[in-house]
Design a protein around this ligand. Structure first.
Ligand SMILES: NC(=O)c1ccc[n+]([C@@H]2O[C@H](COP(=O)([O-])OP(=O)(O)OC[C@H]3O[C@@H](n4cnc5c(N)ncnc54)[C@H](O)[C@@H]3O)[C@@H](O)[C@H]2O)c1
Length: 344
């Protein structure tokens, strides 16, 4: 039986990771400060789903030095997901963003190095580490922006160009994670994730756009598009991400020290306006919108090249946009009261 610690385990991706590992018989510890709305509800759901299983909930702040020193000793895997996750919030409060994302990750690494160097560390980084990629030619067509010279998307060799405090704090954190595998021989894997979406994601305007537009359409909340709505992203359903976490963990002897772009790839890419069109057709109603200026650090297009993780781990997304959205719509429709009470 594996022992798995998930920092940020009461958040969106963390809850799905905890659910996955509990289902496969692992002993799971969720560590979270419960700062994100919806986290208490996520943990109640996990407890309800997994009565009698080995689930421990630890409330704590990743910024506290040594907070994980004891619990880390028993772990085979730590999936480090705890983070300040919104670019907009990072611009308003860069110190807090730095302390949670960069310093918090450093604290975790030091706990592992000093107390449990055998524990595998898997880090949820972001495509934001590549910044705006101003040197890459971008075209525009009806379906949205696209790379003129990168039909397979952006690979891991793309220059790092941290943009926004969030990009800087996550980028610093992933470089520490990566370097601890070289300098201290820790076993680490970094995933540069693109947009992840799915059930139990209480998306807000500032973060989790697929979930936010879906929830706002169903609950008739006002929606603003920042920019022209032709921004394109590759999107990945959360169960495919968690499957990739587990594959990386199981194959850590081969992929130790690696960094992977993980997303939906070119086959699962769409613009905001295309998403809204699909939602209109699935929900059978017209969606009202307003527009505002572009937000800082917002890439016109970002699509991951996922061939490296495909080659190394035989991983590829299984849930396409149509199926993923259907699941998200079903979940939102069945949980309107919950979603409304969490998002207000
Ligand atoms: N969702 C995405 O599209 C996406 C894309 C790229 C990267 N990521 C990364 O994946 C990870 C998980 O993202 P998510 O979408 O599940 O976000 P989330 O906000 O749902 O989860 C983050 C969790 O961290 C917790 N947290 C925040 N500050 C903390 C602190 N100081 N100490 C302890 N816990 C704290 C929050 O309460 C929350 O439960 C994050 O590291 C994020 O940067 C997410």
């Amino acid at each position: 039986m594996n022992k798995v610690l998930i920092t940020g385990g009461a958040g969106f991706i963390g809850t799905h990771a905890a659910d996955y590992y509990l289902k496969n018989g692992s002993e799971v510890t969720v560590f979270d400060d419960f700062s994100r709305k919806g986290t208490h509800e996520n943990v109640s759901w996990l407890k309800e789903q997994h009565k009698g299983k080995k689930l421990t909930i630890l409330e704590g702040d990743i910024r506290t030095v040594g907070v994980l020193d004891r619990v880390i000793r028993r772990q085979d895997l730590v999936a480090h997901l705890a983070a300040q996750v919104a670019v907009t919030t990072s611009v308003k409060n860069p110190r807090e963003d730095f302390e949670i994302n960069a310093l918090g990750t450093f604290n975790l690494l030091e706990s592992v190095r000093k107390n449990s160097p055998e524990t595998v560390v898997l880090y949820a980084s972001t495509n934001k580490v590549y910044g705006e990629m101003g040197n890459i030619k971008i075209g525009k067509r009806e379906s949205g922006y696209f790379y003129e010279d990168y039909p397979h998307g952006i690979g891991e060799k793309q220059n790092l160009d941290f943009h926004s405090p969030y990009g800087c704090s996550k980028g610093a954190a992933e470089q520490y994670i990566h370097d601890y595998s070289r300098i201290y021989e820790l076993r680490t894997i970094v995933f540069r994730q693109s947009c992840i979406y799915g059930t139990r994601q209480f998306g807000i305007e500032d973060q989790g756009w697929v979930s936010w537009f879906t929830i706002a359409s169903i609950l008739n909340k006002p929606m603003t598009i920042y920019g022209d709505g032709c921004q394109v992203r590759d999107v990945l359903f959360v169960s495919d991400l968690v499957a990739a976490y587990d594959l990386a963990f199981k194959n850590v002897n081969r992929v130790n020290g690696q960094i992977y772009n993980v997303g939906g790839g070119p086959d699962n890419s769409l613009s905001i306006l295309s998403l809204l069109k699909i939602l209109e057709s699935k929900l059978g109603e017209k969606i009202d919108l307003s527009y505002s200026d572009w937000r800082p650090g917002d890439q016109k297009v970002y699509v991951s090249d996922i061939s490296k993780i495909g080659k190394d781990l035989g991983w590829k997304p299984k849930v396409n946009i149509d199926e993923g959205l259907a699941q998200l719509i079903d979940w939102t429709n069945s949980n309107k009261i919950l979603v409304n009470s969490v998002l207000g």
